[in-house]
Design a protein around this ligand. Structure first.
Ligand code: EPS
Length: 389
């Protein structure tokens, strides 16, 4: 997945804590727990979130790789406490307990329950659902925040917004006012659509159901030439697609005009390259239908990706299902959950996009310290212009 950064998470939703391990970041990057905490708070917001977000105050304790406010170049590890753990010490005890714990055997369609219990030979769905839970995205956002910090140092800005929820679509034209998005309970720039999205979430909640939608993530300020055309697994669009597709409940990913472009002719799809007047501001396009990638590389235009979040699988009014032991018809398992995960998905998508782009940035401008990477980056940027300018 990554060429320079190694990123792992560990931890179950109701275990003691989540763990994050990041290796491959350079020395000399300013980084603080409060910076990471700000991103983690953003993830906990969103209309339609479940009761768990009232219990948790997500915070990532940095346990290595940072000294006096700057990265050391050594592995960065973080620990995120699950405050809910105190209510689960028996159910999620590490050691054997002599108390009978009720097994979860009623399989939820749409989650990891059936494939997970068959794959690992479990008799208790909880052994799957604890790790499969979207709680893990708290760890992704912590790791993604470190990557975001690196990109911000080099002038890259990452944002996201909800394009649709429950079939209600925002009408978006022109530059997006990200301050409006951050204030919106559904992270939607279109206030009218936002209100209708909240109504759609309320209606679903009323019916014990759930709703999904579409999120758009945007990275601005990227240099041209991240990724590569030379090998299938180096293409930046493919790497972004995998990272976004790996987010819980994601069922589709597109870049730029994506699916819409197939209805148009090439002359209406490709972004014309404008003549260069100012060598320090080269390769401008008046359109960005490509979403900032061509041939598996960044073009220098905004990187724009969209991903579809399915309505989440835990329904208060459960679907019919089957019991893992008997194979008989039962109602699917229900436990506290969200009604809609689209708003937090934007923040999680920003984190995953940051990790892919930071990895590609380090791949191109490698170096062990921010100072060395800066020299490489500035030297490259001076070459990005027509050859005789
Ligand atoms: C979530 C934490 C989970 C769920 C939700 C998202 O906490 P709990 O299971 O204790 O309520 O609320 O997970 C899911 C919706 C899912 O399908 O796994 C979180 O922190 O984002």
């Amino acid at each position: 997945m990554f060429n320079r950064i190694r990123f792992l998470t560990a931890g179950e939703s109701h275990g003691q804590s989540l763990t994050v391990l990041l290796d491959g970041l350079p020395a000399g990057l300013s980084l603080s727990e409060s910076y990471i905490g700000q991103q983690m708070s953003r993830r906990q917001l969103g209309y339609g979130r479940g009761g768990r977000q009232l219990i948790e105050k997500d915070w990532a304790l940095i346990t290595s790789g940072v000294r006096h406010g700057f990265t050391l170049g050594s592995p960065i590890s973080m620990s995120i406490e699950n405050k809910d753990w105190v209510n689960w010490t028996k159910v999620m005890s590490i050691s054997k307990i002599d108390e009978e714990i009720k097994r979860v055997t009623r399989l939820r369609p749409g989650h990891a329950d059936l494939p997970g219990t068959m794959k690992y030979g479990y008799d208790d769905v909880r052994n799957v659902l604890e790790r499969a839970s979207a709680r893990e995205t708290a760890a992704r956002v912590a790791g993604g925040a470190v990557a975001r910090r690196l990109l911000e140092h080099f002038g890259v800005e990452i944002n996201s917004h909800s394009l649709s929820i429950g079939g209600v679509w925002a009408s978006v034209s022109g530059p997006i006012d990200w301050a409006i998005v951050e204030k919106s309970p559904v992270r939607c720039v279109d206030e009218k659509a936002g209100k209708q999205m909240m109504m759609a979430i309320d209606d679903a909640k009323e019916m014990g159901d759930t709703v999904g939608g579409v999120v758009e993530v945007v990275a601005e300020g990227l240099p041209i030439g991240l990724g590569s055309h030379v090998q299938w697994d180096q293409k930046i669009d493919g790497r972004i697609a995998q990272a976004l597709m790996s987010i819980h409940a994601t069922k589709a990913v597109s870049i730029g005009d994506g699916w819409e472009s197939v209805n148009r002719r090439g002359s209406q799809v490709h972004d014309v390259i404008e003549p260069v007047k100012d060598p320090t501001n080269s390769w401008i396009r008046k359109t960005n239908r490509s979403g900032g990638t061509e041939g598996g590389m960044t073009t220098g235009s905004a990187l724009v990706a969209r991903f579809a979040i399915k309505p989440i699988s835990t329904l208060k009014n459960p679907l019919p299902s089957v019991d893992l032991d008997s194979g008989d018809l039962v109602q699917a398992h229900y436990e506290r959950s969200d009604v809609c995960q689209v708003p937090p998905a934007g923040v999680i998508g920003e984190a995953m996009l940051s990790l892919v782009l930071a990895d590609a940035f380090l791949e191109k401008f490698g170096g062990d310290s921010i100072a060395e990477i800066s020299r490489n980056f500035e030297g490259y940027q001076k070459t990005v212009r027509p050859r005789n300018m």
